[in-house]
Design a protein around this ligand. Structure first.
Ligand code: AHG
Ligand code: MN
Ligand code: MN
Length: 342
């Protein structure tokens, strides 16, 4: 599978050589994330054994195991990044407020990076042994160094991201990331415990193959989103999209990853059940922006239907957004329908 074995460590060091001014902090932050990912991966691989190996009464309540993994992954990410001096503030899908870094040792306080993550994406799939993932993004802080970071540090538009990535706990564990210089994928070699470069310089294929949406909500979408959906099915009068096949895992990372490698579009429009107050599901900071940044650097595009996801300036940590992501031409097509029909 691998012609020349390159570990993630070697790859990142190589990339960093391009920037002589780099201090290594960013590289080390990526290692911290990779280590957290390995720990979470190990736990997820063992998840189904809870009922067999767990002590009586501790894991036999339905749903508890999946909740435990959300909490475990969240705590692992926080623990791995709290005492390194690299991160000044974190925001996670699992906590209402930011995680300010105030370690006992003041020298460790006030790292220069902001770390934002969805520790387990697709967690409703865990109990059914379906792939889940972790999504992360890294920003440079805005507030002065040397003190804990602030909410404002976390509320930056996707365009200002320093890096984004995800880990997919699928048939193998993969880490995919971009620091703005190509999208690179690594596969965890379990016996070595190393992420090895398996997918260098990922580009979205020119021809999309898959469309991914939870179509059971179609009746609640806006007219533009509905028409776009019909267009993908070849039900509009103009020339239909040929050869698109439907695939929907229900774990955004898994759906996105498949479409990144094979070509396609994922869309989760807002629900207009209450037309005055449309509701979106996916989270801007933890899901849409990081994957949007990756899509952008792989030649794809992400939009909320009216503008690039990367242009949205967040006003709240847990802000939600409609999301159309993947093949650039198809996402723009969606924008066209929404522009014309709403
Ligand atoms: P999370 O598990 O982090 O809450 O995210 C779930 C998200 C995303 O992974 C997925 O694409 C979407 O919810 C699925 O929603 P539906 O069940 O409504 O299709
Ligand atoms: Mn999620
Ligand atoms: Mn989650």
């Amino acid at each position: 599978m691998f012609s020349k074995i390159i570990t993630m460590e070697q790859h990142i060091l190589e990339q960093e050589r391009v920037y002589p001014e780099a201090t290594g902090t960013f590289t080390n932050l990526l290692y911290d994330i990779a280590l957290a990912a390995k720990i979470i991966s190990r736990e997820i691989r063992r998840a189904g054994l809870g009922n067999i190996l767990g002590e009586a009464g501790t894991v036999n309540v339905q749903g508890e195991e999946q909740m435990r993994l959300d909490v475990f992954a969240n705590e692992t990410f926080i623990r791995m990044n709290s005492y390194t001096g690299r991160v000044g503030v974190m925001a996670t899908e699992e906590l209402e407020s930011i995680v300010s870094i105030v370690p006992d040792n003041p020298a460790m306080a006030g790292g220069k990076y902001v770390l934002i993550f969805d520790p387990v994406d697709g967690s409703s799939n865990i109990a059914a042994n379906v792939s889940v993932g972790t999504i992360f993004s890294i920003y440079r802080r805005k507030s002065p160094l040397g003190a804990p970071g602030t909410v404002e540090d976390c509320l930056q538009p996707g365009r200002d991201m320093a890096a984004a990535g995800y880990v997919l706990y699928g048939s193998s564990t993969m880490l995919v990331y971009t620091a703005g210089n190509g999208v690179h994928g690594f596969t965890l070699e379990p016996s070595l415990g190393e992420f090895l470069l398996s997918h260098p310089a990922i580009c979205m294929p020119a021809l999309p193959r898959y469309s991914s949406a939870n179509v059971s909500y179609e009746r609640l979408w806006s007219p533009g989103a509905q028409r776009f959906h019909r267009y993908l099915q070849g039900m509009e009068s103009e020339k239909p999209v040929v050869g698109l096949s439907a695939r929907y895992v229900g774990s955004l990372v898994a759906d996105f990853h498949r479409n990144l490698l094979n070509g396609g579009i994922f869309y989760y429009p807002s629900s207009y059940a209450n037309p005055v107050n449309p509701r979106a599901k996916l989270r801007l900071l933890y899901e849409a922006a990081p994957l949007g940044y990756i899509a952008h650097h792989a030649g794809g595009y992400a939009s909320d239907g009216t503008r690039s996801i990367l242009d949205i300036v967040p006003t709240e940590l847990h802000q939600r957004t409609a999301l159309f992501i993947g093949d650039r031409g198809l996402v723009q097509k969606a924008e066209g329908y929404i522009h014309d029909l709403g």
